[in-house]
Design a protein around this ligand. Sequence first.
Ligand code: DX5
Ligand code: ZN
Length: 222
Amino acid sequence: MIILAPSVLGADFKNLESELKAVSSAGAQYIHLDVMDGDFVPSISFGMPLISSIRSCTDKVFDVHMMVKEPYRYIKEIRQCGADLITVHAEACLHLDSTIKVIRKNGAKAGVAINPSTPISVIDLILPFVDMVLVMTVNPGFGGQERIPYTLDKVYRLRKRCQERGIPMDIQVDGGVTLDNVREFLDAGANVIVSGSAVFKGDAAGNTRKFLEIFKEYPQSV
Ligand code: DX5
Ligand code: ZN
């Protein structure tokens, strides 16, 4: 299934409820929530209080992207705030295997993210134990950046590797995805599309519908 995950970072924070309702009723399946600690990435975004207070605005999947060093410290709490899917960075976890286990033990789906310069070989051994791989297509930390072209080849090679191993993996891309370039990511094999500015700039519901219209051109299985 091809999934749109609008990133709240691109939304108007003083109108979060209406922004979330707009993308949800237009058909977005996930809500992408970027948690930044000012240490793993240069910026600080938001954390548990915001996630729990917006949980009741929508019944869509809360897809929490932890840009945080040693995220295992927060998994239980993030899950209690309403996260359905928790993604941690391979680069931020000294013990990635244990961290993935903690996510699953808390009843959430587990994702692993890799930065643009991290090779896919780093996560090869963990693939059978995660529900999703997030291939960062910008350096994490800020919305509104241009995608880094070489990351597309990583998506392509990761999809191929999962197919060779018979793993029906969700592959998420995040950063610089727009209505004009989203087909490049889908062609490479991504099926979970994060978009912040391209969804929330202007008409969020209309932009959501345009993304979903493009998704219909592609087979829905991974
Ligand atoms: C960047 C975040 C992204 C960001 C994407 O570090 O992980 O989720 O919100 O924003 P756009 O789509 O504007 O690049
Ligand atoms: Zn993100």
